[in-house]
Design a protein around this ligand. Sequence first.
Ligand code: ADP
Length: 219
Amino acid sequence: MAHANSVAVIGLGRFGASLALELMSSGTSVLGIDLDEDIVQSLNGELTQVVRADATKREALEQLSLNEFDRVVVAIGNHLQASILTCSKLLSMDIPHVWAKALDDQHGLILEQLGVHHIIYPEKDMGRRVAHLVRGSMMDYLEIDRGFAMVKMTTPKVLQGLKLGDSNLRKHYGVTVAARTNDEGRWQHADAQTVLKPGDRILVLGPISDTEAFGQLPD
Ligand code: ADP
């Protein structure tokens, strides 16, 4: 396996398997590793290579030439000890980008203290995202980074029928409309001349609290 455009995924549970398959579909080579023989069998042929191994064992990781990978994802969540041991071994092998899934904040803190480069909180992040969708009129919600978010929503009444340039949107609501759907439903950039109609979908960017408040406006 050429390792430059390759990712190793350790732990092929629901999260790891879905991640590995998505990477494959976007043209990345994936080495999948799991302790469970049935899981390895079920993904055989779906990934570039699938191997049964105990990732907490340094010899196993060395045998699989994990040190030659730039990016390794530890998708073991429910087995805290295995997650910590695996991350610690990978870090001692000087892999430049170790990603690891944390089940909760405590788990995340330990991974951070170990020096894991990227920590993912899939359950927590998804819960927060769905909460935004359930609560209001937003169609999609994505936290971009600490404090900033992007929201897909239908045009609220306050924006309908006037040029975005005249709406004082940033001053009044702290947000920016980056894109809108046209009559065929296709996305295009929004600019100062854009006039939005009822039913148009828009992509709004801004600080979390502002996008949340804006997302609740009636349409
Ligand atoms: P999910 O919630 O995404 O299904 P889990 O944390 O339950 O994730 O699953 C993690 C996967 O990691 C399981 O398939 C399990 O067999 C695997 N696993 C656990 N310990 C090890 C280990 N030491 N080495 C390799 N794989 C492991």
